[in-house]
Design a protein around this ligand. Sequence first.
Ligand code: SF4
Ligand code: SF4
Length: 401
Amino acid sequence: MSMLAFERLLFGGVFVSEKLERRLFMKQQNKDPSVAILGEISRRDFLKLSAGSVAAVLGARLLSMPGFTDLIEASVAEIPVIWIQAGSCSGCSVSVLNAVNPYINNVIVDEVVPGKHVSLRYHPTVMAAAGDKAIKAMNETAKNKGGFILVAEGAFSTKDGGIYCEFAEKPAVEHLIELGQNALATIAIGTCAAFGGIPAAKPNPTGCEGVQQIFSHNGIATPVINIPGCPTHPDWFVGTVASVLIGGLESVEVDSQGRPKAFFANLIHDMCPRRRYYDVGKFATKLSEPYCLYALGCKGPVTHADCPTRLWNNGNTWCIGCNHPCIGCTEPDFPDKESPFFQKAASTGVAAANKWVEGVGLGVGVATAAGVATHLAMTGASGRLKKKAEAKEAEAKEGES
Ligand code: SF4
Ligand code: SF4
């Protein structure tokens, strides 16, 4: 990392620790002019110390201390990242901040993979700098055409020139277009950035769109990796970034929706621990029941993500594990086609939209029908229902006579 780049990192937003400053100062006081900092504080130590202080506490004197320059020059390759936010709740940022393997401080100041680390130059939520200094850091980084990764969070308003979502004195969509055409690649984090998501839900009064849609309209050929989810899982983001750092963009194999296959290749339904109930037609009739949640609106049969095996909250649980149907938050048509969330897929139209009924769903539909029939037969419910109907009919006739 060059000194210039490091200064940008600092003034652009981030991470120097008082502890480090104090240790350097103490070294000086011990009259050790050589200040064997590199022997004593490794770059990794430095980064760890630095991570302890998200609020930047840089003093100019730190830069002038003996040994400091050497410390910084002992570098690994840095990958500059600009992270912009548009129409979003910042939930994906918050989710990524909760990363556990590795922790977020390791992601943004340590080496994500040996010899390479992410240099987060601009992030509106976590950076300490604000106003002109923050925007200057972003613009300086963006001058290096093809030399940075753009992360976009949130959907981008396009109606009336995008005036309904602005930062740094101009519409967010303009920033996206300018930054996007110079970026090495763009990661659209969260369903809003990937596909429009909630801000683009009907009637979409501000004309929100996802990143790829906007790039296509503006002839921007920069590759886009979509990491959807509402919010996205921290592993999906960190894992994708690590893949890019290790093997380059080409190492990230994506599906037809631009989602990394490593995380989105399979259907929730195919990995769901409640699948055995679905297969025999045993469906929950209220959320607290431990059976298949299909009848209560579960969109697992048409949703691609590895939630059942990866789990959330540091591997503790996930939506269906908490007795809530999957609402299909990683799919391109979320949330319009998945709504109402508590009505089964066949009645919300999501099945047809995903060619589920005609394609995969034909099998699933048949299986469901078979499952329901089996279930009814097994439990004798069909007989009970028939008897109930006959009893009602008899009651009605009695009333008439
Ligand atoms: S419908 Fe939902 S709850 Fe039922 S098996 Fe499929 S994913 Fe699991
Ligand atoms: S289980 Fe479904 S709704 Fe829940 S996070 Fe995974 S994809 Fe989204």
